[in-house]
Write a protein that binds this ligand. Structure first.
Ligand code: ZN
Length: 198
């Protein structure tokens, strides 16, 4: 396919996005060509703005435009109940339940030998510091029901227990390989309430 250079550049950039193949990239690029310049500028600016203004919360590593996120600044959220998730989108999934009253810790991934992600690449040291500092009573491991999610939970459990905190894992009614993010509210509430102590 011979695109004019600027168009080829746009298609190339769009193709890098997750879930976007060459066909979709072309469709999106042609769509963007047709919209008013103002609308295109707003999209470009929105992308730049999140890159400039959104960073990780200094405490839980959730995405935030503040040094410390809303959840960590909320005194009504129980500091001694900590839910450990892999990614910020999993945190959002748990928040959608409106059931969880504790706080979160975002690991920044899961242990995955296949992808060469070792525990030292996750925010585990920061997790241990919080457990100790906030005298956490229970840590709920809410990693996805995947091999990597399970490996990560197994790795964390013996590290947490010496601090005297209870460790539990959310009980999924989901098939192996499922994703927190895709679970509906009722399933997640069930998973949270049916959590198993490790
Ligand atoms: Zn936070």
């Amino acid at each position: 396919m011979h695109y004019a250079k600027p168009l080829a550049r746009l298609v190339g950039e769009l193709e890098k996005l997750p879930g976007i193949g060459p066909k979709s990239a072309q469709r999106l690029a042609f769509y963007l060509l047709r919209i008013p310049a103002d609308e295109a500028r707003q999209l470009a600016e929105a992308i730049l703005e999140v890159k400039e203004r959104i960073g990780a919360c200094q405490v839980c590593f959730n995405f935030t435009d503040q040094p410390i996120c809303d959840i960590c600044r909320n005194d009504r959220r129980d500091k001694t109940l900590l839910c450990v998730v892999a990614e910020p989108r999993d945190l959002l999934a748990m928040e959608r339940t409106n059931e969880f009253t504790g706080r979160y810790h975002v690991l920044g991934g899961v242990i995955s030998p296949m992808d060469r992600v070792g525990p030292e690449m996750l925010r585990i040291r920061e997790l241990m510091e919080r457990i100790q500092h906030d005298q956490v009573k229970e840590v709920i491991l809410a990693t996805n029901p995947t091999v990597e999610g399970d490996i990560t939970a197994l790795y964390l459990t013996p590290l947490i227990k010496p601090f005297g905190a209870r460790v539990s894992k959310i009980a999924f009614g989901l098939p192996m390989g499922g994703d927190l993010d895709y679970a509906d509210q009722a399933t997640l509430i069930q998973a949270l309430e049916g959590r198993r102590q490790l």
